[in-house]
Design a protein around this ligand. Structure first.
Ligand code: COI
Length: 356
């Protein structure tokens, strides 16, 4: 598809942060990608334009009933000076799965990838180069047709913005403190927990804020039916290393199928370690903490990468994990995944996609 590029006639007014100032999600770049959909015309008018506020009708359906899906992936500055993506087709597939669930139009995967490449290459000056930094890519689709009745929109906007980022958590790669929510849940089976839609995130803010006020970084979510089984941690999937077995909850419908989660499973199998996708109750985790069998716990996500957990609080009781330090397996996985992403290590799975 032909992507028109409309260049700004004035120099960028945006602040260029130093790599050490980045944090996560503050510094968007100069350009964005846009493409429109109408039922009769399909997707059309693919273009890259200067970053600016969107013009939306106040009755646009996304604003009222959350017909929205999004993704998150990163572009990495490779060790040899090139630019790489990590398994971008997985994000494209998931976005289309999310779109189907939300009755939204699918995107052509080649056009999607082409848009990512062209936008990242145009904005390559915004790609930071220090360890652990990247250009975060946020593809988003919203329902733009004005209408207050509840029905699927007939018009959509697909847009993509970029953001120079460092670590997601203020702790960086240092262990986080996690608060177990045994009152509120993130999602229920047969709802949309396995879909990347903004409606899954807003409702988590109340508990996250409560956890934050108590000194914790993130919330560990339990299942909606029994408040018994572990599902996710914060915006990430979760793993426990208990007595030599690496355990993560199975994708039961309410858990987001993370691409980093899938990568960890594949790497660990390749290493020949014991890995189980099985139900794990919060009581089993607490018991393993008490007995000292819980060797490590970590979260996985595109934004969070591999994020070790050093402490959890369940029903007022605090448990220290791996003495509050980064465990060996978490470190090994972080090194392996980031090694592949940044071109520092071999890529036995063919996950790195070089774009420059
Ligand atoms: C990601 O890990 O990419 C996410 O989308 C999580 C979050 C920033 C919403």
């Amino acid at each position: 598809m032909d992507i028109r590029i409309i260049k700004s006639t004035t120099p960028s007014q945006k602040y260029r942060p130093k790599d050490s100032e980045l944090g996560f999600g503050k510094y968007t770049t100069d350009y964005m990608f846009l493409m429109n959909y109408e039922r009769k015309k399909g997707w059309h008018d693919a273009r890259i334009v200067p970053y600016e506020p969107l013009k939306l009708d106040p009755a646009a359906m996304v604003l009222h009933y959350n017909q929205q899906v999004f993704e998150g992936l990163k572009a990495y500055s490779l060790a040899d000076g090139g630019i790489g993506l990590f398994r971008p087709n997985k994000n494209i597939e998931r976005m289309n799965r999310s779109a189907r669930r939300m009755v939204m139009p699918e995107l052509d995967s080649e056009v999607f990838l082409q848009a990512i490449k062209e936008l990242v290459l145009l904005e390559r000056e915004w790609l930071p180069t220090s360890a652990g930094t990247s250009l975060y890519i946020r593809p988003t689709m919203i329902a733009t047709e004005p209408g207050i009745g509840i029905r699927p929109s007939e018009e959509y906007l697909f847009y993509m913005i970029l953001c120079s980022v460092g670590a997601y958590y203020p702790e960086g790669f240092n262990p986080t403190k996690i608060y177990v929510s045994n009152m509120y849940v993130r999602s229920a089976k047969h709802a949309v927990g396995n879909v990347k839609t903004s409606g899954n995130y807003g409702p988590t803010l109340l508990v996250s804020q409560e956890a934050f006020m108590k000194g914790y970084t993130q919330v560990l979510w339990l299942d909606a039916e029994e408040l018994k089984y572990v599902e996710e941690v914060g915006t990430s999937n979760v793993f426990f290393f208990i007595n030599g077995e690496l355990v993560t909850p199975p994708l039961n419908g309410s858990i987001l199928p993370g691409i980093t989660r899938d990568s960890v499973l594949r790497i660990v199998k390749h290493w020949g370690l014991t890995i189980s996708e099985r139900l794990i109750s919060i009581e089993e985790v607490a018991d393993a903490c008490r007995s000292g069998d819980l060797e490590e716990m970590f979260a996985t996500g595109t934004a969070a990468v591999i994020s070790p957990v050093g402490q959890i609080c369940y029903k007022g009781e605090d448990f220290l994990i791996a003495d509050g330090k980064t465990g060996k397996l978490s470190q090994r996985l972080y090194d392996e995944i980031t090694g592949i992403q940044y071109g520092l290590k071999d890529d036995p799975f063919g996950w790195r996609v070089r774009i420059a």
